[in-house]
Design a protein around this ligand. Structure first.
Ligand code: NAG
Ligand code: NAG
Ligand code: NAG
Ligand code: NAG
Ligand code: NAG
Ligand code: NAG
Length: 328
């Protein structure tokens, strides 16, 4: 087939233009003295969201004109003077400031369930303030690193993880070097207010998501480099299978239509940098159904959450000072 030059030019233009306009990335900058958003929880309707930052505050984003406001904190004796503006270096986090990681909103009750790395599992009402701690210990073993949370919306039951029974977040490097496998998956039953241990011996469970029917939970093992699917019902409840392996998977969030988004990384030893942050979509069997490459905006900085909201992906990284917004 012979094409005229103009046709080819037009075609190239369409391809280029199509490619350029296909993806857009913008940043929602945190306040000047805040950094390290690890997780996100969206309000339906408003599109406002919550995030926990390195200095122990929980911030609420109230749209472009208001921006972020201080919403809550988990450390009962937190001092604004010493804590506000503290940096993201894990080894030098100050326990008396708190450090909130996972969070999930129960839409019906407007309860924001949170995991604070130093203070445990708790909840905040719509007015914010000091987190009410609901649980710090299960089966005689205190949480060392409450890390991720998800709510089953129809029942209000909450699933959360304690990443380690031995190491707190400041000792992450040691936990990684010994492949610490003392993490647990827990369930908070909202009716009787009891916490039960569903699974032990997890290799740093950094993310959790429950499906809509409460049939299974997905848990990511950040140091174990894999995702497990745990059955909640049926003949062998709490039986688990590894459904996916990938480097450093962190938070898992239900996708809007189907499946889940995981924040993870890829390691390619032939490229510099070798670590490449990605968002990966998986279906309920753990099969990959989509990938979003993020190194263009995050270089080799790890990402901890990729959450779909209003046909965009919102991205959190515990070492950056913004929320990424990806559209295509
Ligand atoms: C907070 O301060 C009070 C009074 O000084 C003290 O009794 C309490 O142990 C402190 N709590 C924490 C978690 O440091
Ligand atoms: C600390 O910051 C919070 C939120 O901005 C504010 O409500 C509170 O009054 C501050 N406390 C002190 C002692 O400055
Ligand atoms: C940090 O920012 C918050 C919100 O903008 C403000 O309330 C607080 O005073 C600031 N703290 C410091 C130490 O700058
Ligand atoms: C699993 O964890 C329990 C306690 O948390 C421990 O006693 C047991 O040895 C662990 N099992 C394995 C296979 O590591
Ligand atoms: C889907 O995932 C399962 C479990 O990890 C695996 O056994 C299967 O081969 C995958 N299927 C495809 C088509 O990749
Ligand atoms: C997930 O995707 C795989 C491969 O396409 C497919 O075989 C499997 O049935 C899917 N699982 C679900 C639950 O959709």
């Amino acid at each position: 087939m012979i094409m005229r030059t103009e046709t080819i030019t037009a075609l190239i233009f369409v391809l280029l233009f199509g490619f350029v306009s296909a993806v857009s990335f913008s940043k929602i900058q945190l306040p000047r003295n805040a950094s390290g958003p690890e997780a996100l929880a969206f309000e339906l309707g408003t599109g406002h969201f919550f995030t926990g930052v390195a200095d122990g505050r929980i911030l609420k984003y109230q749209g472009p004109s208001i921006g972020f406001v201080d919403f809550g904190f988990a450390a009962p004796n937190r001092s604004n003077l010493t804590c506000d503006g503290s940096g993201t270096d894990l080894a030098s986090l100050n326990p008396s400031c708190g450090r909130t990681f996972g969070m999930a909103l129960h839409h019906q009750t407007k309860c924001l369930y949170v995991c604070d790395a130093f203070f445990g599992f708790g909840v905040l009402g719509p007015e914010g303030g000091l987190v009410t701690i609901l649980s710090t210990i299960a089966e005689g073993e205190p949480y060392r690193l409450c890390n991720s949370v998800d709510v089953h919306q129809p029942t209000g039951n909450v699933y959360f993880t304690d990443a380690s029974a031995v190491y707190d977040i400041r000792q992450f490097e040691t936990a990684a070097s010994v492949k610490d496998s003392t993490g647990r998956l827990l369930k908070y039953d909202v009716e009787n207010k009891q916490v039960t241990v569903l699974l032990r011996n997890l290799t740093f469970p950094g993310g959790v998501a429950v499906d809509e029917e409460e049939e299974f939970v997905l848990v990511s093992e950040f140091i174990g480099n894999r995702i497990r699917k745990i059955q909640l019902q049926g003949r062998n409840p709490y039986e688990s299978d590894i459904v996916s392996t990938r480097p450093m998977p962190d938070n898992i969030k239900k996708a809007i239509s189907d499946g889940f988004w995981i924040a993870a990384q890829r390691i390619d030893r032939y490229t510099r940098p070798s670590l490449q942050p990605v968002g990966e979509r998986i279906n309920a069997s753990g099969n990959r159904t989509g990938t979003v490459h993020l190194q263009q905006w995050y270089a080799n900085i790890i990402v901890s959450e990729v959450q779909e909201f209003d046909s965009k992906l919102y991205i959190a990284s515990p070492f950056e000072d913004f929320i990424g917004v990806y559209e295509h």
